[in-house]
Design a binder for this molecule. Sequence first.
Ligand code: 13P
Length: 287
Amino acid sequence: MLVTATEMLKKAVEGHYAIGQFNINNLEWTKAILLTAQENNSPVILGVSEGAGKYMTGFGTVAAMVKAMIESLGITVPVALHLDHGTYEGCYKCIKAGFSSIMFDGSHFPIDENIAKTTELVHAAHNMGLSIEAEVGSIGGEEDGVVGAGEIADPAECKMIADLGVDFLAAGIGNIHGKYPENWKGLDFDALAKIKELIGDLPLVLHGGTGIPADMIKKAISLGVAKINVNTECQLYFQEATRKYIEEGKDLQGKGYDPRKLLAPGYEGIKAIVKEKMELFGSIGKA
Ligand code: 13P
């Protein structure tokens, strides 16, 4: 069932668990994530970066594929189709394409410009029945060409953006896209607690979910994080399983070259990591 992310995240805050956003790249990714959510009775958010949207030939293709797949696979758990780190133009494209949720990432703009653009997009999204995420304080590292310095969000600025009527808020608290470096200092829980104090029950989003230790994930959830984004870890599981298949020479045996066989181990790898994350986040059985 395609829905906005508002209701599922509100319930997650109340129930002290988090919903995973898993980024999609193609049909295999989408099918693996949808079926894992259904098998585990968990709500799920499918994240689409602007780069992945382009790769899949446009947001219209993505929305059509996801909607058709929800129907053909009989997916009854709540599914949100969400633009990840959207630009101003990208947000409008996804509203038009039939997404159920968008993220406007105005974190690289001065706060006044972030406020002005977020205000406009909150109205545009809500008028069309979509949920919207905004961002304060950039996420470190790089994802699909979106580069962030990794600043810690200013709690006062978080409050300003929260008051614009966004449905959930991403705040930089030392989190990074991609693999964490050896010398990573960890999440800034003091900043998270201060933000939570000011914004109350508005669901918080933790980007850069790959590689954050389980104890930090649990503490973040206890401090109001209700949506956790995971992208790189699915890519790594897919890559490792595919490499193993080829290194074992399975692509050379019989019809092992058939793309449906060649991509199957990677597909199973994505299913395994998505289930593991749903267990850690506590979203299993919450659909
Ligand atoms: P990772 O690639 O580090 O898991 O981050 C995903 C993310 O935050 C998507 O916005």
